[in-house]
Design a protein around this ligand. Structure first.
Ligand code: HEC
Ligand code: HEC
Length: 391
């Protein structure tokens, strides 16, 4: 009810607030047009997009877990805003957005003529911008989750996304992130131009929620704190429960393996016992046939142990896994048949000082587990990378 909000204001303020838009720069409080949840959403989004850009564009790979958690938070925030667009305050609802081509045209024409405009909620340019930003952000979150599921075999979509689909989504994710930065720049430009022309601080309005508009344009619902909390709570529970439930489904393309005894002990004697998905069945067969001259060492074994190891390696070779390592390293052809000879391996490790591979902590570049805590599982996730300190 309107009158309830007026009881706290004295008569003088009330009369000033009722005056039509006109004199700016006075100290009157204006009318509430942005409910509190939408303002909290706006500034949280700004902070999160900043943090996500930093971890996405500049941080090294092992920051991925921070990026992923931020991504889930971003997904929640966007889900909240989409719901709030239907149940939120008057000017937060999508139905109130002036989206007709005519409105946009008039808006631009007035802008070009440097004429004054009055929009209690979003102006047509701003409304379109918000839909574009929300669309871009949704697409970025979705491609992020798809690529996480496909490339890393983790997250809510790991159960249904293969490596190739995840890889394509990852490339799209990067492109969309740049497009988003462009859209954000445009948004800021719009706010600056609009602020200068209207001589009224739009940023201030997004903080206080108030704008100098007439009373009938105010949001009759007030700050909507309780409704915001309920919508945020319900959205969070649904999204998190759904996401967590899906993440528990068995992933495609990866399975746990038990290394048989002779493989673990005999082949793990001089270096890590490598995950079988890192080479093709043909490569393993060739290697197991030439153990007497194994990279300059004699690694020969009893006939029986050779047979058991070879079967294990062949049955679980690269084509039976759909992980990043199996696709990029295991299935890749090399002249030498070595995983460390693939273009992908070389590209991924070229930034590492070659001396580090020879330190005591590592020993050789074939000791993948020195830096990849999950090497024995064949996953090679970004989270699990740590560089040992060189000596
Ligand atoms: C006597 C020591 C020794 C034993 C035992 C041994 N290896 Fe090796 N292995 C080596 C050496 C040395 C290299 C080359 C390391 C380097 O390049 O730094 C190597 C390299 C490899 C590589 C290549 C990694 C790459 O760069 O792609 C694979 C795969 C491999 N060994 C598998 C096996 C298997 C399977 C067994 C068991 C049947 C085995 N090794 C047993 C010494 C050994
Ligand atoms: C001295 C440490 C070290 C050793 C040893 C090492 N790696 Fe890495 N590896 C790294 C680092 C660091 C990265 C991340 C590089 C980057 O930022 O792209 C990486 C990246 C990777 C990736 C990409 C991970 C992803 O999800 O993007 C794969 C796959 C990989 N390594 C496989 C291997 C294999 C297989 C071996 C053993 C034959 C190996 N690495 C040995 C340090 C190492």
């Amino acid at each position: 009810m309107h009158w309830m909000r007026w009881t706290s204001l004295d008569m003088d303020k009330r009369i000033r607030a009722l005056k039509p838009e006109g004199e700016h720069g006075d100290s009157r409080p204006g009318q509430l047009v942005w409910d509190l949840p939408v303002r909290v959403f706006h500034w949280s989004l700004l902070a999160l997009v900043g943090a996500m850009s930093a971890t996405g564009f500049w941080a090294p790979e092992w920051w991925l877990s921070v990026h992923v958690w931020g991504g889930y938070a971003l997904g929640l925030l966007i889900a909240f805003r989409l719901v709030w667009g239907f149940v939120g305050g008057r000017h937060s609802r999508f139905a109130s957005f002036p989206l007709t081509p005519g409105a946009l045209f008039t808006h631009v024409r007035t802008l070009v003529a440097r004429g004054r405009q009055s929009h209690a909620g979003h102006n047509p340019g701003g409304a379109w911008m918000i839909l574009i930003l929300l669309g871009l952000l949704s697409a970025i979150v979705v491609t992020g989750v798809v690529s996480y599921g496909g490339r890393e075999n983790l997250g809510p979509l790991a159960f249904m996304i293969g490596f190739e689909a995840g890889d394509v989504a990852g490339i799209l994710h990067g492109i969309l992130a740049w497009v988003l930065l462009g859209a954000v720049a445009l948004h800021i430009l719009g706010v600056v131009v609009e602020t200068r022309l209207s001589k009224f601080s739009l940023v201030g309005a997004m903080i206080t929620g108030r704008k100098p508009v007439s009373e009938n344009q105010a949001d009759p619902g007030g700050s909507l704190i309780l409704r915001g909390l309920i919508v945020a709570g319900v959205t969070a529970i649904l999204v998190l429960a759904g996401g967590q439930g899906m993440a528990l489904l068995p992933g495609t393309g990866w399975r746990g393996l038990e290394f048989p005894e002779p493989y673990r002990t005999e082949c793990g004697d001089c270096h890590d016992a490598h995950h079988p998905s890192l080479r093709t069945a043909a490569d393993w067969r060739t290697m197991m046939a030439g153990l007497a001259d194994h990279f300059g060492e004699d690694a020969s074994l009893e006939e029986e142990a050779v047979g058991e190891i070879r079967r294990f390696l062949e049955v679980n070779a690269a084509t039976t896994f759909d992980t990043e390592a199996a696709n990029r390293i295991g299935r890749a052809a090399t002249l030498t048949g070595r995983m460390t000879g693939t273009d992908y391996w070389k590209a991924r490790h070229k930034a590492i000082d070659s001396l580090l591979f020879r330190t005591k902590a590592v020993g050789s570049r074939v000791n993948c587990a020195a830096c990849h805590a999950d090497a024995a599982t064949g996953r090679f996730n970004d989270h699990a990378i740590t560089l040992p300190k060189g000596e």
